[in-house]
Design a protein around this ligand. Structure first.
Ligand code: TZP
Ligand code: MG
Length: 210
């Protein structure tokens, strides 16, 4: 599965911008794989705005993952869905969306990682790695040590780290064993600089590749 090192997630509360505009700016900055996350919009509003975002993403050959809503991912033929512990179980999402869909699944501790590895998913996310203001009622932080342990348990299964990740600390998170870092506030908190910030992340990750 295609999983880039930097995995941006949209947030309309933080940016006050529609998903489509956030996606446009993230793509300008070099994003290739974006999750649309909306905890407050009605299903109808999320559907409409995800549809616009997908049109932009398709033009740029960028993959779109829908947070929570398997139904919206299905009707819009999005690339996949990201599910949490309280969402529709991944085995049902797999039956609905088919073999080609990307299904990501959130975990917050090592027991959940062990269970997640039995599921029909394409990547697992773990976090929060560091303190975050973005998620309501976040689980306890797992730190870099949590990433190292998750990597030990997960073998070479695709692992995404999330929570409090910035352009300053993401390389340490990748070095601890994450394949990819999911980022919200550090990318989006200045809506005028989303593209620029995305570009900084990509540039940094390529610098470390050398
Ligand atoms: N799940 C665990 S932490 C988090 C989610 C959705 C929020 C991450 O946001 P930020 O702003 O990158 O800390
Ligand atoms: Mg969810």
């Amino acid at each position: 599965m295609f999983l880039p090192k930097i995995y941006p997630i949209t947030d309309t509360r933080l940016t006050r911008l529609p998903h489509a505009q956030q996606v446009g700016k993230l793509i300008e900055g070099g994003a290739k794989f974006i999750q649309l996350r909306d905890k407050y919009a009605s299903p109808n509003d999320f559907y409409e705005s995800a549809k616009e975002a997908l049109e932009i993403a398709r033009k740029g050959n960028v993959k779109i993952i829908i947070n929570d809503r398997v139904d919206i991912a299905l009707v819009l033929k999005a690339d996949g869905v990201h599910l949490g512990q309280d969402d529709l179980p991944p085995e049902h999402a797999r039956r609905i969306l088919g073999e080609k869909a990307v299904i990501g699944f959130s975990t917050h501790n090592l027991e959940q990682v062990i269970e997640a590895l039995k599921l029909p998913i394409n990547y697992l996310a773990i976090g929060p790695v560091f303190n975050t203001q973005t998620k309501e009622n976040p689980d306890p932080v797992i730190g870099l040590e949590g990433i190292r342990r998750a990597r030990d348990i997960a073998g070479d299964f695709p692992l995404v780290a999330i929570g409090g990740i910035t352009s300053e600390n993401f390389q340490a998170v990748l070095d601890a064993g994450a394949d990819s870092v999911a980022v919200i506030s550090d990318l989006l908190s200045d809506p005028d600089k989303i593209g620029e910030k995305m570009n900084i992340f990509i540039h940094q990750s390529q610098t470390f590749d050398k």
